[in-house]
Design a protein around this ligand. Structure first.
Ligand code: HEC
Ligand code: HEC
Ligand code: HEC
Length: 487
């Protein structure tokens, strides 16, 4: 073998080894190991986290709790049970720390939540710790947990472009590019904008996800064929590639599966089947030529994956959507070390964003998309709003589990100033409205008017660039019209 070939093979092998073995291993190691397994010396710290969590936290954060003996005393039972129910709703540790641990790393959102309660010393709950001395967390244990958060975040979630001193922020910079197949993405863009995906050739994906409107449609509910109105707000398609699942209720596992939904949704594009769509698309010679270049037709066989098919159409659209990332926002520049990129007021807004717990859920590079949370976590949002919408079910509509009622995928907050109205029900008209609602129902901390302005000013630094140009859209009304006295 020639030296050059050998070196090339060696590089490929090392790269493959790195990607396939080292990265996942780092992520797996950084999760707590079961109390029963014997930790290797280098894993001691992580297994220490597993032990602390199992001893001090798990009984309130899993469903399979056994009530303590005193819980049967009338009057006490209710209080204890409430702790277990609220604890599980606030953070479910069954999958990540339970006996049946999987090899997935602890989620970015769980890390941020643990970091918040450790840094603010709110867990275990004070009332509980007052009567259970042994439940308290020592400073040493707190340090171990915070250190583990840092290590896991760096190993599994950091985008790697943040400056050293900002690399442990719960919010990470967006990557500046993603690997895509350019030809496939260009074809996907055509299909994304093609109205022939709808039954009467009137609506394309882009009708409800307009790139010049922040990737959404600036309406409370979207309008499908025949001006039919949906009952849930259209999320942005920008940065949706970073969502762990797609849709408010997570019913699509990925972008390909997602793209197979709207064409046949009776109130969106209302087509009958792929056949009906493909007949129209294939009649377009120029499009067919492009399509066959990416998906060459193969001789007929049982597993024919070439040529026209729903699978290939959604594959191309998904490839295009992968390209819809919006890096280089002012906040990203700040994360990368440019102190001047945001003002002092905006930086203060970010500090409040973290202090009000917003970053426990709006976490990571797209500030969301990493977990499902109860819209009525701290207070009954739906009772306060009054009416009912089919979309209010949330995750339950997909899983069928009662415990998932009112759980929604946390939306991402990139370019958020451009995508009003907000929330799944489109009821929040301004950022100020959304922040107010979040404080009351999700954080359980009422956000003062002054802090709402600061947080909104931070959120406005999250508008990035698409293909080198600032993302376009209608900037949501400023909320800072009233007096500056609040500051
Ligand atoms: C006695 C039961 C109990 C124990 C023990 C407990 N928690 Fe909690 N936890 C709760 C309850 C109840 C909530 C809901 C918020 C509240 O009521 O303060 C909660 C909420 C949380 C949250 C979500 C943030 C929030 O404040 O809503 C995190 C994170 C958390 N707990 C972590 C922990 C960790 C880490 C431990 C172990 C050190 C722990 N908890 C021990 C009951 C408990
Ligand atoms: C009639 C308007 C409409 C059309 C047409 C439409 N969408 Fe959507 N889109 C929505 C709405 C509304 C939602 C939220 C639905 C839900 O979560 O239940 C959504 C959700 C999504 C999501 C999930 C984003 C997230 O954060 O979860 C993606 C991705 C998406 N659409 C892409 C597409 C693609 C690709 C097409 C074309 C094949 C398309 N949409 C056609 C209105 C539309
Ligand atoms: C416990 C998790 C959690 C916390 C804490 C939280 N959010 Fe949210 N946020 C969500 C979820 C879930 C939604 C979507 C809810 C819905 O529409 O039903 C949301 C929606 C939003 C939206 C609207 C996004 C859109 O595209 O419609 C904004 C803005 C927002 N949150 C900002 C904040 C701010 C600011 C804070 C802190 C004050 C905060 N959130 C705290 C989970 C959370």
């Amino acid at each position: 073998m020639e030296l050059e070939t050998f070196m090339r093979l060696k590089t490929i092998f090392l790269a493959a080894f790195g990607v396939l073995i080292v990265l996942p291993a780092l992520c797996v190691w950084s999760r707590p190991v079961s109390r029963r397994s014997i930790p290797a010396p280098s894993m001691a710290k992580f297994s220490a986290v597993g032990t602390i969590v199992r001893d001090k936290c798990m009984h309130c954060h899993t469903q399979d709790y056994a009530l303590p003996f005193y819980a049967n005393i009338p009057g006490i039972k209710g209080i204890v049970e409430r702790d277990y129910i609220d604890g599980l709703r606030a953070m479910d540790l069954r999958e990540e720390f339970g006996e049946s641990v999987t090899s997935k790393p602890v989620s970015e959102s769980t890390l941020a939540k643990m970091e918040w309660v450790m840094a603010n010393e709110t867990m275990p709950p004070a009332k509980f710790a007052a009567v259970h001395w042994d439940s308290r967390i020592s400073n040493r244990q707190r340090e171990i947990i915070l250190d583990w958060v840092r290590t896991t975040r760096a190993a599994c979630y950091a985008t790697g472009t943040a400056s050293r001193e900002r690399s442990n922020e719960p919010v990470q910079p967006l990557p500046e590019s993603v690997n895509i197949d350019i030809k496939k993405a260009a074809l996907g863009r055509k299909l994304f904008e093609d109205t022939r995906l709808s039954v009467d050739n009137s609506i394309s994906c882009a009708s409800c996800h307009m790139l010049e409107k922040g990737g959404a449609d600036a309406r409370r509910f979207s309008e499908g064929v025949g001006k039919q109105l949906g009952n849930v707000n259209s999320p942005t398609v920008f940065n949706c590639v970073f969502n762990m699942r797609q849709f408010w209720d997570g019913r699509a596992a990925d972008l390909r599966e997602q793209a197979g939904g709207p064409p046949f949704n009776p109130i969106e594009m209302s087509s009958k089947d792929w056949e009906q769509i493909i007949v129209k698309l294939a009649a377009d010679r120029a499009l067919e030529e492009d399509f066959f270049e990416v998906y060459p037709p193969l001789p007929a066989s049982d597993d024919n994956t070439g040529g026209w098919s729903g699978t290939n159409i959604t594959d191309a659209i998904a490839e295009y959507e992968k390209s819809l990332i919006t890096p280089n926002s002012r906040f990203d520049k700040w994360l990368r070390g440019d102190d001047k990129a945001i003002s002092d007021k905006e930086l203060e807004g970010y500090m409040r964003f973290k202090a009000y717990r917003c970053s426990s859920c709006h976490v990571g590079k797209s500030l969301g998309g990493q977990s499902f949370e109860y819209m009525d976590l701290k207070k009954d949002y739906f009772a306060d709003r009054g009416d009912r919408l089919p979309s209010d079910e949330g995750l339950k509509a997909f899983t069928g589990r009662q415990e998932d009622l009112h759980k929604f995928k946390v939306p991402n907050l990139r370019n958020i100033e451009l995508t009003a109205p907000y929330l799944h029900d489109g009821t929040a008209m301004t950022l100020d409205d959304a922040i107010k609602v979040m404080g009351v129902y999700l954080s359980g901390l009422e956000v003062t008017p002054g802090d709402r302005k600061l947080i909104a000013s931070f959120l406005r630094t999250l508008t990035g660039e698409y293909q080198g140009e600032k993302v376009k859209g209608d900037v949501s009304p400023q909320d800072d019209t009233d007096s500056k006295a609040d500051f």
